[in-house]
Write a protein that binds this ligand. Structure first.
Ligand SMILES: NC(=O)c1ccc[n+]([C@@H]2O[C@H](COP(=O)([O-])OP(=O)(O)OC[C@H]3O[C@@H](n4cnc5c(N)ncnc54)[C@H](O)[C@@H]3O)[C@@H](O)[C@H]2O)c1
Length: 433
């Protein structure tokens, strides 16, 4: 049904509509384990604020994202969706969404040119609001669809990288709407970046390789919330984390958390696994290849597919073979290996894309229940209006409501301060205006 806004589910581009039943089952499983999105958020959206609004959802297109899209559509929104990475879409989920009346432009393994085309197709639906990941749609609308960009009512952003990108737009005077930094809400980064990415990154790496973590040296590049979570799970499984950082405070934190901290040149020669989590580019690139052990396994948990410089590895290799599903082996000749005379094998997981999403099932459902509650609440706030141009975070009260909803579903109740437990500071400060 087209409504004149550019939104039209009939224009969807997906791999195979027949996969819909499988997709519906996966979404139903996610729904059963998402009490905050399916309960708290769904209830909050019943005020009609989303009725008839066109909302773009550009997040890794899998079952949890599909649940969020469905809840928005059930609240009356016209939802148009694409994946936020060319390698992470699940074709059965895309099919199920189209079956639910959502416009989808996404196919797995479509490659970069097709992915870009799909994002612009979403832009052409003229969304008023965007739920974005890595600011992938927002940036493209700013560059290629300036009129539609200028007409946006708001954007909510999932990731650390995306919030930094929105900040760059704002700093250059090119953010003409209110944006919600979902990543900066407590119920997002404290749980998603740390526990969610920590568990799912290790889970994906071990599933892809069928290897043991105990006793392995794992070099973690970047010790933000993501690196911290990964290190926790490496250690929990008996691995030995080594941390590479550029920020002294984060480096000190890693040291006090009990990890070995070292510059990349000292750390890489020990690594059985290397995991990048910087949010930047080329954390492992040409000048590092000579430091890697034969048989090392490289994986990326940060937003960019470019943290592990796969293109440079390809250029340095004299042969690349897929040795197992999701594992490409780069054979480096002795010249590129830097030391010794033997050729060296370097295995890269999931093409260097986010390993937990492109090479695994993504974050645990309970984690995305929190992250998407934050995104949904942020989108609803923007739809209701009243926010000035610039970057905002949902209020601490809304953050607390989301946490309380999660705790309540788990049957957990908290204490409340009694009257005699408050700080008696009022005895010292006259607060009458
Ligand atoms: N895989 C996932 O599911 C997932 C989930 C959440 C966030 N992310 C992404 O993971 C990345 C990291 O997120 P975060 O919240 O930890 O960010 P963060 O900014 O808190 O931490 C990144 C850290 O990397 C360090 N760093 C940057 N470049 C470096 C380099 N070349 N060498 C060593 N250290 C370097 C920085 O000093 C910083 O401490 C972002 O791209 C984010 O979008 C991925």
């Amino acid at each position: 049904m087209a409504d004149g806004s550019g939104f039209d589910p009939g224009k969807s581009e997906i791999a195979d509509a027949d996969l819909a039943p499988q997709g519906h089952r996966a979404i139903e499983w996610a729904r059963e384990h998402s009490p905050v999105v399916d309960g708290f958020l769904r209830q909050r959206l019943t005020d009609g604020a989303l009725e008839g609004r066109t909302i773009a959802v550009v997040v890794h297109l899998e079952a949890k994202t599909a649940l969020l899209a469905t809840v928005l559509a059930d609240a009356g929104a016209n939802v148009v969706a694409a994946g936020s990475n060319p390698h992470s879409t699940r074709d059965d989920i895309a099919a199920a969404l189209v079956d639910r009346g959502i416009e989808v432009h996404s196919t797995r393994e479509s490659g970069y040119p097709a992915w870009e085309k799909h994002l612009l197709a979403v832009a052409d639906a003229e969304p008023e609001l965007i739920i974005d990941d890595g600011a992938e749609l927002t940036l493209r609308m700013a560059k290629y669809r300036p009129d539609a960009y200028a007409a946006l009512a708001g954007v909510t952003e999932q990731t650390t990288t995306g919030v930094l990108r929105l900040q760059r737009l704002a700093d250059s005077g090119n953010l003409p709407f209110a944006a919600m930094a979902a990543n900066n809400a407590a119920c997002k980064h404290l749980f998603d970046n740390r526990y969610g990415t920590g568990q799912s990154t290790l889970q994906a790496m071990l599933d892809l390789t069928n290897m043991l973590m105990a006793g392995k040296v794992v070099v973690i590049i970047g010790y933000g919330w993501v690196g911290r979570g990964i290190a926790t799970y490496v250690r929990a499984l008996g691995g030995r984390p080594m941390v590479v950082e550029v920020d002294p405070v984060k480096g000190l934190e890693a040291q006090m958390d009990g990890h070995v901290v070292a510059p990349i040149g000292d750390a890489l020669p020990h690594a059985d696994f290397v995991i990048t989590a910087t949010g930047g580019m080329r954390a492992v690139t040409t000048r590092h290849f000579g430091l890697l052990k034969d048989g090392v396994i490289l994986a990326n948990a940060g937003h960019h597919d470019l943290e592990v410089d796969v293109a440079a590895l390809g250029a340095a290799a004299d042969d690349v073979t897929e040795v197992r599903a999701g594992i490409d082996r780069y054979h480096l000749p002795s010249t590129a290996s830097g030391t010794g005379t033997d050729r060296k094998r370097v295995d890269v997981l999931a093409n260097g894309a986010l390993v937990n999403i492109a090479g695994g099932l993504g974050h645990p459902i309970e984690i995305m229940d929190l992250s998407f509650a934050v995104q949904g609440v942020g989108c609803h706030e923007l739809a209701r209006g009243g926010y000035e141009t610039g970057i905002h975070v949902i209020s601490p009260e809304l953050d607390a409501e989301i946490a309380a909803a999660k705790l309540a579903d788990g049957g957990v109740t908290l204490d409340q301060l009694d009257d005699d437990q408050h700080d008696e500071i009022s005895e010292f400060i006259d607060e009458t205006p």
